[in-house]
Design a protein around this ligand. Sequence first.
Ligand SMILES: CC(C)(COP(=O)(O)OP(=O)(O)OC[C@H]1O[C@@H](n2cnc3c(N)ncnc32)[C@H](O)[C@@H]1OP(=O)(O)O)[C@@H](O)C(=O)NCCC(=O)NCCS
Length: 194
Amino acid sequence: MSSIIANPILLTIPESFESKRLVIRAPLWEDGAMVNEAIKESIDELRPWMPWAGQIPTIEESEIISRQGRVHYLERSDLRLYLIDKTTGQFIGSSGLHRIDWQVRKFEIGYWVSTPFSGQGYITEAVERITYFAINELQANRIEIRCDSRNTRSARVAERLKFTMEGILRNDKCDVDGLLRETVVYSKVRGAEF
Ligand SMILES: CC(C)(COP(=O)(O)OP(=O)(O)OC[C@H]1O[C@@H](n2cnc3c(N)ncnc32)[C@H](O)[C@@H]1OP(=O)(O)O)[C@@H](O)C(=O)NCCC(=O)NCCS
């Protein structure tokens, strides 16, 4: 399935949807403080893998990132999604559909969890629901998860959800210390996994 999009801003896309325990939604103005708090609590787990986590951002920097996330969502150029506990309203983590190719309808899912909520299946739940969203609302043809080959916790999310491991890209990127690293590519594609 493929269809040409004159301009993705014309796409009608929900800004919020739910899984069993989560509200999964586009960023909103004033989300910055909540996200900043989670980054502070999670910095030791984020730093090895996330290039933006070299140091704790200010609340204002987190607000800027959230507002940019909202603007990009509305443009349909990048679909960041915040994960909020349905019952408590607490911020659980961040995910989204990135590096979008609207012609191919290809998306890459990224994610991080706020450390107090790790090891409880929230990210697996969110990625499963976001995958469903991409297939059904965005007519995805290809959904990728990419991670550093040493990031076993991230790889386990992809494997738990039956993404297919397509290969390992050698010397693909530099890690946070500037050293060459390998990237594992997982995917689901229309006609094979869905
Ligand atoms: C990658 C990352 C998001 C994984 O977080 P996580 O807490 O392991 O992932 P989940 O929320 O899906 O939880 C899965 C764990 O909870 C357990 N779990 C408990 N209840 C569960 C449930 N209902 N469903 C699924 N898993 C459950 C699983 O057994 C699993 O633990 P295990 O891996 O020790 O077996 C986290 O390590 C992180 O934020 N890392 C830093 C940022 C990063 O590397 N991002 C990815 C870049 S590619």
